[in-house]
Design a protein around this ligand. Sequence first.
Ligand SMILES: NC(=O)c1ccc[n+]([C@@H]2O[C@H](COP(=O)([O-])OP(=O)(O)OC[C@H]3O[C@@H](n4cnc5c(N)ncnc54)[C@H](OP(=O)(O)O)[C@@H]3O)[C@@H](O)[C@H]2O)c1
Length: 263
Amino acid sequence: MILENKVAVIYGAGGGIGGAVARAFAREGAKTFVTGRQRASVEALAKDIVSAGGSAEAAAIDALDEQAIDQHLQSVIDKAGRVDVSFNAVGISNTKILGVPLVELDLEQFSLPIISYGTSYFLTARLAARRMLANKSGVIMTVTATHSREGIPLVGGYGPAQALKEALTRDLSAELAPHGIRVVGLRPNAMPETRTIKNAWEPRAKSTGMTWEQWQQMLAARTHGRRLMTLEEMANVAAFMASDQASGMTGTTVNLTMGRVDD
Ligand SMILES: NC(=O)c1ccc[n+]([C@@H]2O[C@H](COP(=O)([O-])OP(=O)(O)OC[C@H]3O[C@@H](n4cnc5c(N)ncnc54)[C@H](OP(=O)(O)O)[C@@H]3O)[C@@H](O)[C@H]2O)c1
């Protein structure tokens, strides 16, 4: 087990990516502290992880609330003695962000993803780093999307928000890696089993006269393997990157687009 006895806090764990990452971390032996805006979804996740033999404790934490994040991290330290991994998997509802041409987009709608994603990643990373500095060890992680590297129409401030997070990953690493803290992002392509992708793309597929299956095939055709990644495959990489086996990786976002986006 590559994460045995590691203490990991996951933000946005009630979502598709956060949940899959938490399950993979727990399967690899980590003590997981799963947090999300809605208590019910993280409690259900924690119950699942524990019944599969893993370790999980749930808390309702708004990952935009500095005080709540800080107090929760202190409670993790009080219970587990340390924080080894911080994973921010927060995702903001796309219905508030996507679908409006940039020339018609108002400032508030443009800024929403930039401010929300930037603030949440900054706060969770900074507050975890303050605890990790004491141990001269830790891994800070997040998830971005291909929009950080591709020009895509009708995505408003979502692309700039993802690029911001990748830049912050590099800058955090430049400051923290000398103190033993690695900072690594993951950039997956669309994973169709998630509600995010289904909700964002199924209506687009319908409006162009394609079935959901045809739409997925079209997305898959842009990858080298002609298929889309599964949540489990993404989570396996997350666990490896969080582990000491990836001690040589920092200051970068791992390209999980299966060839769709070149590095
Ligand atoms: N799914 C994919 O295939 C894919 C691929 C590439 C990148 N991404 C990106 O990865 C991120 C996560 O995606 P996902 O598919 O896991 O989304 P998701 O299923 O919607 O999960 C996001 C989670 O974040 C929570 N959240 C939102 N605001 C929060 C806050 N302030 N504090 C705490 N939790 C908060 C949501 O809670 P509520 O339910 O209360 O809103 C939800 O549980 C998104 O940025 C997404 O665009 C996704």
